[in-house]
Design a protein around this ligand. Structure first.
Ligand code: BDR
Ligand code: CA
Length: 312
């Protein structure tokens, strides 16, 4: 039976790729896609989720959730990496924004409907997940599993020297989620960064005549350009797609059970993930962390997933 998942996303080109892979993966049943502010504003994230689903038109449409405007103005966004609209300036039309419930309500409903059977894959800031758990702390143990792309284990951050983007955007939310009793897996930046898609991916995309092909051909090239211009890289990271693979292809990852918390106010270190890796740790382990990845295996699985999306 396919595994029921909710994708919580802030699209974002790598979010869009992860969504494409998940929506056409027969092992997964995407029951909902919920938007969160991060790479782009709440409004744009909501619009992008709808645009992606409309463009891909998957066999089974998931429920959609709208991102809620964060209480404080965001300190950063990632439009320089993902384009002004978050999707490589593709500017997809959205005829009329469907009326959508807020993301936290959609997530709450789905968990109540299928307790312990839903996996949430969180590919943006943890704002929505924290809201869900704050409003009904009992839900923490009813989430089957929570897979998070975020933080760094050993490496530097990507938005500050210490912090990874998703955690930096809402460190208080990340702390609440990390401290919750939910069963969690973290796929940190130093693992996702080890996978880089090379330019030949662009030649292997499905034909323009397919929905997935037409969509990815409009979105992905921007990411390759921005990685070259901003980071001098001859390839593109696909962090969120790698995190999805930790769920779809767990055999490609090694994990370690660790204790993690988040720095929520350091002048230089706000948003840094802190692990208790002392020889005699006193923090209680609260998360499974991906500590190594079969990079070739993940890249191949992503290519297979793209081909599958094209064939659908
Ligand atoms: C994360 O930040 C975002 O820009 C990406 O979509 C990914 O979720 C990587 O740090
Ligand atoms: Ca993301």
């Amino acid at each position: 039976m396919a595994r029921k998942i909710i994708l919580d996303v802030d699209p974002g080109i790598d979010d869009a790729l992860a969504l494409t892979l998940a929506l056409f993966d027969p092992r997964l049943e995407v029951v909902a896609v919920t938007a969160v502010a991060g790479n782009v504003s709440a409004e744009q994230a909501t619009r992008n989720v709808q645009a992606i689903i409309e463009q891909l038109d998957p066999p089974r449409w998931p429920r959609l959730g709208a991102a809620v405007q964060p209480e404080r103005d965001p300190l950063v966004d990632s439009r320089h990496v993902h384009g002004a609209d978050g999707l490589g300036n593709a500017d997809f039309p959205v005829a009329e924004l469907h009326h959508q419930h807020p993301s936290d309500k959609v997530i709450t409903d789905e968990i109540r409907k299928a307790p312990e059977a839903i996996t949430i894959v969180a590919l943006g800031p943890l704002t929505n997940i924290a809201t869900v758990l704050r409003r009904d702390p009992g839900l923490a143990e009813q989430v089957g599993q929570l897979v998070i792309m975020g933080g760094t284990l050993r490496g530097p951050g990507n938005v500050t020297p210490a912090a990874e983007f998703n955690i930096y955007c809402d460190p208080a939310a990340a702390r609440e989620v990390f401290r919750s009793r939910t069963t969690k897996t973290l796929v940190p930046l130093d693992i996702t960064s080890q996978v880089m898609m090379t330019y030949d991916l662009l030649d292997q995309l499905p034909e323009e005549s397919t929905r997935a092909g037409a969509f990815l051909r409009r979105v992905l090239p921007f990411s390759f350009r921005s990685h070259r211009q901003l980071f001098g890289l001859e390839g593109a990271h696909i962090h969120d797609a790698v995190a999805l693979m930790a769920l779809a292809e767990p055999g490609l990852f090694e994990t370690e059970r660790l204790a993690v918390d988040v720095e929520i106010q350091g002048e230089l270190t706000m948003g840094a993930t802190v692990f208790d890796r002392r020889s005699a740790p006193t923090w209680r382990p609260n998360i499974d962390v991906a500590t190594s990845v079969d990079t070739g295996g993940v890249a191949a699985a992503v290519l297979r997933g793209i081909a599958q999306a094209g064939a659908a």
